[in-house]
Design a protein around this ligand. Structure first.
Ligand SMILES: [Mn+2]
Length: 485
């Protein structure tokens, strides 16, 4: 063997060893039910197309949130990042540029920033994609080290006479050459404010961040959140609707399990457990928001999540719970009697809410104003409460129905949207409610009745589609479900 061959073999051996050292763990995607990379690429292109001339957009990953001491909350990516990349890991950022930019010799309109892989971190926290995996698996090209985000922004945004030439060499990046009309769009900060109790004030992180950016880059306009992205996320594409339908189907299964399994004297948390067990068994990664399971007087608290009370016969249970599947969440509420039979008063209130919901759903037509379902539902409840003598006049009604009827649904339970006229392929909730807390100014036979009925409605070019229609909704259907359990 020639010494040259030996050197080649040794070098190859060293290369293999260093490869092993660099990546003790293989990067694997165990779940294959996601959205293909080309769909994300199309969304990014649409957003770039929507940006004004010379604008730059940065989409930030969600923060890692500390629970206590050395334990963090389970990580959940920011919805904007999920929407545009499907990339699930922290310490990452997406940069989009209306003008072409040159990064490491490549002319591009997008760049992705991600932490390098780190074996010792992966040993504890799991394998996370680095730049190579971001490119190969997520199709995010070019992907570079997260730490370069700030210096590449300097190159793109810095005053041209100040640091542009220097940064171009330092970072291997260069702008399209326009620094006069600079607009920076940012997806928004997960942490908007931090309380500083000793000073009796808040630190407004987003304002501070914006001010610092303006200081650093001179006459820079920082826009957050990104209006074009809000408009895009309002209308769901085919890939999103598939996942959203799955989240709703899983959620319907959870509600069925909870209603069938509930028994008088069960604690609220036991009903919550029935619900969430069914969610996770069906593949949901999480809930889209903390489960609300309120019995009796707790049903009158809109966002009651303590779920500790022991129920007793005669209670109404209000369960507002949604499974999250691949980032998409459902949002469904059912109210049912723990013993399987509504009392006369409960039934009257329930049927009034149901009638309001029917009117609200019927108003979910493309082209209708966003508030059309709310106005329709509100009118029914107003008339009903006045007829029942619960509300003396229309101004009273607000104290029994104190929330809106609809919000957008998608990656977030309260998904962003323009609140303009309803558009096909938008999903909104329709969720009227009546909450008569103890001590309300009405006959006390109504006290502690809290009812909300919520379904997830797809706006189409024709009739609305109730995605959660498989879950019984009428008082009779719920009683029948509970009777034959
Ligand atoms: Mn809701």
């Amino acid at each position: 063997m020639s010494s040259r061959k030996l050197i080649v073999i040794i070098l190859a051996f060293i290369a293999v060893i260093s490869e092993l050292n660099a990546q003790k763990f293989a990067f694997r995607v165990d779940d294959t039910d996601g959205i293909p990379p080309h769909v994300y690429a199309e969304r990014r292109q649409r957003l770039i197309d929507s940006l004004p001339a010379h604008a730059i957009a940065v989409i930030l990953s969600a923060d890692i949130r500390n629970r206590q001491n050395d334990v963090d909350y389970e990580y959940r990516q920011s919805s904007d990042m999920l929407y545009l990349t499907g990339f699930p890991f922290p310490s990452s950022a997406l940069l989009l540029s209306k003008d072409p930019m040159v990064i490491d010799g490549k002319t591009t309109h997008e760049a992705f920033f991600v932490r390098e892989r780190n074996t010792s971190r992966e040993q504890w926290q799991g394998v996370q994609a680095g730049p190579t995996e971001a490119e190969q698996v997520y199709g995010l090209t070019p992907s570079v080290t997260y730490g370069r985000l700030s210096s590449i922004l300097d190159t793109l945004l810095g005053p041209p006479n100040d640091n542009a030439n220097q940064s171009m060499q330092d970072d291997g990046a260069s702008a399209g050459g326009n620094a006069s009309k600079r607009q920076l769009f940012i997806s928004g900060w997960a942490t908007r404010s931090v309380p500083m109790p000793l000073l009796g004030k808040n630190l407004y992180v987003d304002t501070q961040h914006k001010n610092d950016l303006a200081d650093k880059y001179g006459a820079l306009t920082v826009v957050t959140p990104i209006p074009a992205l809000i408009a895009m996320r309002e209308v769901k594409d085919t890939a999103e609707l598939r996942l959203l339908r799955k989240a709703v189907d899983i959620t319907v299964g959870g509600h069925l399990a909870a209603i069938k399994g509930a028994r008088p004297s069960m604690h609220e948390y036991e009903i919550e457990a029935l619900m969430e067990y069914a969610f996770k068994r069906a593949g949901a990664e999480d809930v889209g928001y903390p489960s609300i399971v309120g019995s009796n007087y707790n049903a009158c608290i809109l966002h009651y999540t303590a779920n500790r009370r022991a129920s007793s016969t005669g209670d109404l249970i209000l369960a507002d719970c949604g499974a999250e599947y691949h980032g998409y969440t459902a949002d469904v509420t059912r109210t049912f009697p723990i013993n399987g039979r509504f009392t006369p008063e409960q039934r009257i209130i329930y049927n009034l809410v149901l009638e309001a919901q029917d009117s609200g759903i019927a108003a979910c037509r493309a082209g209708a104003e966003f508030k059309a379902p709310h106005k329709a539902a509100y009118a029914v409840i107003q008339r009903g409460l006045v007829n029942l003598g619960i509300a003396s006049d229309s101004s009273d009604v607000r104290s029994y129905f104190m929330h809106g009827t609809s919000h957008y649904l998608g990656l977030d339970v309260h998904d962003p949207g323009t609140r303009g006229p309803l558009q096909p392929n938008t999903v909104i909730t329709v969720e009227p409610g009546i909450y008569i807390a103890e001590g309300s100014a009405c006959d006390k036979k109504w006290w502690n009745i809290g009812v909300r009925i919520e379904d997830d409605i797809l706006i189409t070019t024709g009739l609305p589609e109730n995605l959660s229609a498989a879950l019984p909704r009428t008082a009779e259907a719920i009683e029948a479900l509970m009777k034959h359990r």
